[in-house]
Design a protein around this ligand. Sequence first.
Ligand SMILES: [Zn+2]
Length: 450
Amino acid sequence: MLDRRRLVLGASGTLLLTLAPWQIARGARMIEVRMWPAEEYTRVTLEYDTPLNFKYFFVRSSHPLRLVVDIKGLELTPALQKQIAAVKAEDPYIAAMRIGQYQPDTVRLVMDLKTDVRPEVFQLKPYANYKYRLVFDIYPAHPVDEVGRLLEGADEKEPEAAPMPNEKDDPLGSMLAGLGRSDKSEKQPSVKSEPPAAASKSPGKGKPPVRSSSKKNDGKLIVVVDPGHGGEDPGAIGRRKNQEKTVVLEIGRRLAALINAEPGMRAIMTRKSDHFVSLGARVNIARRAKAHLLVSIHADAWIKSSARGSSVFALSEKGATSATAKWLAQNQNQSDLIGGVNIATVDKQVQPIIADMTKNWTISYSLGLGAAVLREMKTVNRLHKNQVEQAGFAVLKGQGIPSILVETAFISNPEEEKLLVNRRHQQKIAEAILKGIKKQFAANPTLLQS
Ligand SMILES: [Zn+2]
């Protein structure tokens, strides 16, 4: 939701420091320092009220290895110094941080690193409730295979993936990333208001697209479980301050566990902790895993607290089936802007071109899957909409991978918020989604022949 209130963060594994706002002579007013440690990457966010100039580089001769960031326009105060030094989360990559006055107009932030890393440093313009953000995404220099790690319950070690292209040897070249660039983040996702996509009369029937077999497949149905939001993006927030990102992660974990208890199925989660995953990265995880299905889990919100019920969505490439679906897709697609993605790297993600036949099959199967899940959701909660709706959700664009988005309930409805945080109800939702998947698959087993 756009008009969400200032977040109350601090879930386990997350360190939040709220700084008392103060004004400094020429510089920016620091609002908050946030840290989101995760295996995938650790994010450190500085939030302040005016744009800053910054550059960063490694000191490789030092032990430990250090990442140094010089920030112009942010003057040092003892309070900031104290707050930064206090950042001692259980972090896989950062051992310690400190900040000092390097030059009269330059503050130097030093991160002692536990291992070799590949940092992405970028600045975000104000969006939603956030002001300017300077973001440090600290990735491991030699990441373990992402899909292998995300296999829920997987115990075998996957071989190391090739390291990503690295900017570390040219720190100057990557300085000021995110500054002075045209703000592509103002691009809004477009959903044309044309008639809804004509869905197949028999959803999910027919032949699935041919794909290369996955070494991780083992003849199993691979289901990507995608808990929405995370990290800087809390999703919708209920009256009791429960956050969508937290409840959908809990439901997602339960669903993944249920899937893995099925002998013929395997779950991959797009996130297992409270960190931000971009919409494109979610789709890429599904692609790399050669997933058969993707289920994105969310909780709805509306201005009126009386709105209630579950709904299920599938992708439409030809317009939304209702104004609400269109609005919801636009809202969900803003996750990247709230969560904060590095535009410089996101733009490099290229969508493969696939045939219309595959697209039609994928959407048709998604509609069948959505209908099956909706029928089961009806047994645990009332429905907000009786049929699967369609709109241009970015997270459902894994071409060739049938994908649905389940709005489990309205977190903005106090009664449903209570249900969403209730463990038994979370389990019921997960069971309903699994039942829907199994029924759709039983009726259309060709999915696995792909
Ligand atoms: Zn959501």
